[in-house]
Structure formats: structure tokens, C-alpha cells
Design a protein around this ligand. Sequence first.
Ligand code: ATP
Ligand code: MG
Length: 209
Amino acid sequence: MEDTGGKVYRLGVMGGTFDPIHYGHLVAAETARIEFRLRQVLFVPTGNPPHKQEKKISPGELRFEMVRRAVADNPNFSLSRLEIERQGPSYTIDTLRILRKDHPESDLYFITGTDALREIFFWHEAAEILKLTNFVAVSRPGYEARDFLEQARKEHPEAQGRISLLEVPALAISSTDVRARVGRGQSIRYLLPEAVRRFIEEKALYRMT
Ligand code: ATP
Ligand code: MG
């Protein structure tokens, strides 16, 4: 994959709602970090995501705290308040522009699952996004991406050399499923870090979903 400019370091960016964060996110970030020699992976919990506006999502501060607990023991993981502090809808393009300014020494590698990869071409200012960052699309059970990517590369020349597929250990875990389990009173142990599970219990999150 080509670099955005052949800079010294590589910064991974893992965007997500993280409602809640789970091992699918963490194994994706860790595998991408190693395979792409990323110095850091920065987790960026979304504020008020434009495509999820109609859905009820937990307050940013609670989602942020769960991510904080989940990444605390990994010196190569960090997290950002950029999006949760922004008023109104947060667009990835704005976040990437800020990150480019804040990290002039690093090329950016945006990590998404293969489900989210299908959406990036519809994101606000998609062509601009592809100029600012590389994409690492990590495999996610149920979302095959190879054919889609081949097609997308033909239709979107700006995607050439910008998107890589990465096989990661398959974890069929989703935040939606975690919330549903809590709602049904089922166990979520071993689907996410214990510190996050305890936080969900303490704050009585997802009981009514
Ligand atoms: P929800 O069910 O609420 O949509 P989610 O589990 O999909 O939650 P998100 O916060 O929407 O989590 O996802 C953030 C990013 O992590 C996305 O790019 C998504 O594709 C990726 N991702 C989430 N779960 C997995 C998984 N199990 N394996 C690989 N990638 C994942
Ligand atoms: Mg999702």
C-alpha cells in the first residue's frame, strides 16, 4: 500500500460508536498495529454519528470511559475526545484533517471492519478522505469484502493503493448483540474486557434495550 507521503511514523485510527467496546474492536486494532507497523492506535469514539442519529446511543462520556478502561493496559493504544466534544454531527473528514495537523510526522491508517468499508464511499467528502488516509479493512464474520473492493477500485480510482484487506482472528461479536444480551439478562463475560463488563454492571447500562 502506498503511503500518504512516506512520513516517519504510522498512526492507526480506530473510529467507532463503541457502545460498548468489545474484543472484536480490540483484536482488529492490535492485529492492524502489528501488521502495518503502526506506532499507536488512536481510538476515536463518535460523538453524534450522522448515520446513527435516529438510533438511541449511550452518552459519549460513558462510551469514552468504557474505551478508556479497555485500552488502559496497552501502551500502544490511546484514545481521543475529538469527536465526543464536537457539537453536532461529527464527520470523519473533519477528524482526519485535525489528526493530520496534530500528527504531521505520521501517515494515517484508518481501521474499519469490512461492514463499514462498504459505507466509506458514501461518507461525506469520501474522495477527500481517501486523499488524507489509508484504510485497513479488517475481516469481520459475515461481511466478505474481496469482490466489493475489486469493484470499488474500478469505480473509484482515488481508492487505488489506498485500501488494504487484513485477515484478523474472526470474532462474531457486535455491540448490538452485547446490548441485547444484557437486555435479556444473559452473560457478556469473555466478549469484552472485564473492566468494561463491570462498568456496564455498575452503571446498569443496556438493561432496557
Ligand atoms: P453496532 O452493533 O452498535 O454497530 P459494532 O460491533 O459494529 O456495533 P462499531 O462501534 O459500530 O461496533 O464498530 C466500530 C468499527 O469496528 C467498525 O469499523 C466495525 O466494522 C469494526 N468492528 C466491530 N466489530 C468487529 C468485529 N467483531 N470484527 C471486526 N471488526 C469489527
Ligand atoms: Mg457497527
